[in-house]
Design a protein around this ligand. Sequence first.
Ligand SMILES: [Zn+2]
Length: 341
Amino acid sequence: MYLKNGRFSFIFFLYFLCFSLFAYSSDSDSFVFIDDVVKDKNVAIFFDENRNIGEIKSIDKLITFMIDCDFVLVDYKYKVDIDYIKFREGKIVIGPIMTNLINDEFKNNLMDSYRVKAIVIDPGHGGRDPGTVSQHLVNGIRVREKDYVLEIANGVTKELIKKLKGIDIIETRSVDKTLKLKDRSDIANNIKVSENEVVLFISFHANASINSRAKGFEVWVMPSDINKDVLTEDQKKNTDSDSEMILQDIISMQVSNESNQLAYSILNNLDKNIGSYTNNRGIREEQYFVVRETRMPAVLIELGFLSNLEEVKNMLKNDYKKILINSIVLGIIEFVEDYQE
Ligand SMILES: [Zn+2]
């Protein structure tokens, strides 16, 4: 992982390098929108307006570009000089050389389907670590976070195994046992995946607040401006150090997009089904350790507040638990279906 500042100065350096070479421009008639060039091809375009970095991607080819830069990276491996790429009124405009490059590289490209290889379900805490313990006694029970998240996570796992055949559903713990944070991310990071496969990581927690009225569910993702160490050893070996930095940026951006999509999908389904009982607190960004250490789309669901008496009462009802489980399962399945489309 490299520091934010390092990235900024690197991007600065790129600008400096690129600007001097972009002083001239030629016949503006030959400039076209990148969207028009790729529309008949089976490729996806990702673009991060904050960083001015984007990628054009198919199953076996990747072009990484930067606005105002005079070269692109192909498959993280080699640079190709281009003529022109700018961002104008929300659209990316390119010159003839860049157009030809896209046409050449994606000539007979059929975008094969991406696949979710495994889903890691991670009930937080466990064993010696109870997590939050409710101060409310309901039906003689003082709910502990480690028990509650385990029950919900076990329910989600059972349903996913039934409904997502062909995808490995792996729990970091299915019983009450102590797990270090690193144990959890190791389980996820050690799953072998091929180039078009991805592993999802979903952690389950419950909230507490000194404000006893606080209630609701929320889903946490990594802040999009923090880079995860997302490169595999293979990718590192095949990359020179300059492009490694761009690459790191691009992949983390994409992982961050996917995490957000997964988070939205889960939130929407929770909102639809339990939104009338409790609050939708939305997507939150934080550098949770577990999430940071995983090299994959990762989210953390806070199921509700153990400090809120009304919420704890709901959380102990079987019907409510069933709805909670089904909503999360639906959210995950929707994401998987979209992703594998
Ligand atoms: Zn927790």
